[in-house]
Design a protein around this ligand. Structure first.
Ligand SMILES: *Cc1c(COP(=O)(O)O)cnc(C)c1O
Length: 353
């Protein structure tokens, strides 16, 4: 704290990202990165964009990327807004669409950046408890509100809300914006993007960080009715005209064009997830049904925090949240088959000790 700080800064509670330790030979299963790396075509496009042209500002509207996203999803590029990671898009959504007279609603166990944005932008919120099986039940959100947001699949549980339930929520909730954060949808979920054509209050957010393995490039986007997009463009153009640099635009466009690599790597993660779940269940873990590139599991006999520490001593890092209801869970990113085998072998050792 310093006397030079503004009152706003004094009141902030910032988000704490998963750690990025700079150790060699680490089995890093704590921040849901994709183990397979970006499409070789995306890397080639980034290299090709590295030259004299970097002296020039990028396209402030990233038209080429909006067109590539539009083509991929079969929608008009005018229904797309892009940002420096979906976290930035989400920030603009909280200020531009969710800051309303009534509190917004999100799950009690969810992406921990949502309450941080509420703090930054002074957005009132109410949390809706997950069901006992840790699923999101949309009926709990059918009441007056200033907006609704949840990830689908949810984080850190991995549980998916069926699209039919999202549509039921949209039919019951026509007076505020419903934001579906689809950071993990490509690992077995069904996107709500097609519903944006019929529901003018639906906004769907996606990222290239997880399924397209470009967390380091920082590209995210949202899809929705032109009026919602215009609100976000107004915020974006009042904050940073050039959120995406030339390399990010080039790499992201190429990533969308390489559908084959994308599908192949998503399928590999899904296949490994299935094996990992079986192996953890064989060790006695209770594993929540995951449609994400991570699993959320607890062991009835072994304390989660102690297990996480023991794994860390073996250079394996997973995520543990010291939060009510989930303090006995570990969130484990689905790595390669080799990484998951190392994890399972280490857990066997830890539990035997
Ligand atoms: C990872 C994640 C994001 C943020 O992704 P970036 O595009 O890397 O900023 C957003 N929402 C959820 C639920 C996430 O897990």
């Amino acid at each position: 704290m310093s006397r030079f700080w503004s009152d706003v800064v004094k009141g902030l509670t910032p988000y704490v990202p998963g750690e990025q330790p700079k150790l060699a030979n680490l089995v890093k299963l704590n921040t849901n990165e994709n183990p397979y790396g970006p499409s070789p075509r995306a890397l080639e496009a980034i290299r090709a964009a590295t030259g004299e042209s970097l002296k020039l500002y990028p396209d402030p509207n990233a038209e080429q990327l909006k067109a590539a996203i539009g083509k991929y999803h079969g929608i008009d590029a005018r229904n797309v807004v892009v940002g420096n990671g979906s976290d930035e898009v989400l920030a603009h959504i909280f200020l531009g669409l969710l800051k309303q007279a009534r509190p917004i609603l999100f799950p009690d166990i969810s992406y921990s950046f949502y309450p941080v944005y509420c703090g930054l932008y002074q957005v009132g919120f109410e949390t809706i408890p997950l069901a006992d099986d840790f699923s999101i039940q949309v009926d709990g959100y059918i009441k007056p509100n200033g907006g609704i947001i949840f990830p689908n699949p949810n984080a850190p549980t991995g549980c998916l809300v069926p699209l039919a339930d999202i549509e039921r929520l949209l039919q019951a909730n026509t007076e505020s914006v419903v934001v579906i954060d689809e950071a993990y949808v490509d690992f077995g979920g069904e996107s709500a993007i097609p519903l944006t054509a019929r529901y003018p209050n639906l906004l769907v957010v996606q990222t290239l960080s997880k399924s397209r393995s470009l967390a380091g490039l920082r590209v995210g986007f949202a899809v929705g009715h032109a009026d919602l997009i215009e609100a976000l463009e107004r915020v974006k153009n009042s904050f940073n005209s050039y959120p995406l640099d030339r390399l990010a635009i080039a790499g992201a466009v190429a990533a969308f064009e390489d559908r084959e690599y994308f599908e192949q790597t998503c399928n590999a993660v899904i296949a490994t997830r299935k094996r990992l779940v079986g192996e953890l269940q064989a060790l006695g873990f209770e594993v929540l049904p995951s449609k994400a590139n991570f699993i959320f599991a607890r062991h009835p006999q072994h304390d989660a925090e102690k297990s996480a520490l023991a794994l860390r001593q073996r250079s394996i890092i997973v995520r543990h949240f010291r939060l009510p209801r989930i303090e006995q869970f570990l969130r484990i990113t689905v790595g390669t088959d080799e990484q998951c085998a190392v994890l399972v072998a280490a857990l066997k050792e830890v539990f035997a000790a």
